[in-house]
Design a protein around this ligand. Structure first.
Ligand SMILES: Cc1cc2nc3c(=O)[nH]c(=O)nc-3n(C[C@H](O)[C@H](O)[C@H](O)COP(=O)(O)O)c2cc1C
Length: 211
């Protein structure tokens, strides 16, 4: 049995939030699927509305306040990420984009990501494919094939209907597959870690002679 970590990012602004509801159901299905395969799962939910002011401060100053730093570390250090946004003007909302904008470059490379969205109309479901998926492709994350969109008619009394439940289950299975293919992460990347040999940084290549 290995311990796996899942970070759930929800950019819903309402309270209660249908985006958060979808995020929780995706997280539950993924946790159940990983548990069925013999993994213990730690789930950390990052509800972005709680960090909205911090995200803007980070954009203005270049530094995350402590609470946001801790949330960023939970996301960049997770074995898998579930990222769910409400659709605003046929795309992700500004808070969702801004959060991923303040992450260090390279911090999501090869990271399995399941994307989801909620909207007022199913006609905008392809925003997941023309906006959300390309953003994570740019960040070089590995986005699972099934993206889950929930329109108002997909819910009855806060419960996903049969078709939505099926999409959630399929996407959760795909995320579990990607997580299982990789060793557990060693935590968030150190932004100050040396990525180049120190001597090479001094322009001295492999020559270790001290003169
Ligand atoms: C400013 C704004 C723009 C919106 N634009 C769209 C849109 O283009 N397409 C759509 O399907 N829904 C749109 N919606 C509806 C939201 O996506 C929908 O209500 C969403 O589920 C809200 O999520 P929440 O309950 O987590 O806040 C918009 C809502 C707002 C407030």
């Amino acid at each position: 049995m290995t311990r796996r970590t899942l970070a759930v990012v929800s950019a819903g602004l309402s309270q209660p939030s249908s985006t958060r509801l979808l995020a929780d159901q995706l997280a539950g299905a993924t946790r159940d699927e990983l548990a069925r395969r013999g993994h213990e799962v730690d789930v950390r939910v990052v509800d972005l509305r709680e960090y909205a002011h911090d995200v803007v401060n980070n954009m203005l100053t270049g530094f995350p306040p402590t609470a946001l730093r801790e949330a960023i570390d939970a996301v960049t250090g997770a074995d898998g990420i579930i990222a769910v946004t409400p659709i605003f003007s046929a795309s992700y909302n500004g808070l969702f984009k801004s959060f991923f904008d303040v992450l260090d470059a390279g911090s999501l490379v090869d990271r399995p990501v399941l994307i989801g969205a909620t909207g007022g109309t199913a006609r905008h479901s392809l925003a997941l494919e023309h906006a959300v998926r390309p953003m994570f492709s740019y960040l070089r994350a590995v986005v699972v094939p099934t993206a889950v969109f929930a329109a108002p008619e997909d819910w009855s009394d806060g419960t996903a209907d049969g078709a939505l439940r099926g999409r959630i289950r399929r996407a959760a299975g795909e995320l579990a597959d990607q997580i299982e293919r990789r060793p557990p992460t060693s935590g968030p990347a150190d932004p100050f870690a040396l990525t180049t040999d120190f001597l090479q940084m001094l322009g001295r290549g492999g020559d270790t002679t001290v003169s």
